[in-house]
Write a protein that binds this ligand. Sequence first.
Ligand SMILES: [Zn+2]
Length: 148
Amino acid sequence: MPEPMPSPCRVCGGELGERLPVGIGRSAWHCDRCGWRLGDAPDADLRPPRVEVVYYLRYAARVKIGTSSTPRSRLAAIRHDELLAFEPGGRTLEQQRHREFASLREGGEWFTSAAPLTDHIAALQAVQRDPWAAYDRWLGDAFRRLSS
Ligand SMILES: [Zn+2]
């Protein structure tokens, strides 16, 4: 069970973690959100990784399908009721989804909230209860790939 860590994670700011073994008879806190080991931080020389996501934002009975590599600031600028899900991918995946759900398109990046779009979103939600926790995990994975 995740417990409060002695200090917040330096990668994602997460506060809960678990002590996991790191060699014989030793253990270290690992962030529950991004999986990064507490106290480790990405090398200052490394540029932060870009993790592009396709986002599904609900506003009333419509869903916006867009993409961003800075979803926190992007989503703050878009009026919406609820973030439904993230999907790892960039412009290519976004355009593929726009084509896939073209019959529901209302204009621009906005689509009617109905099947098959709602089925697709439900499938994403089944594996990510919290889209932001999923995003932080992808970010943590990208940091680890950069530093290894
Ligand atoms: Zn973390």
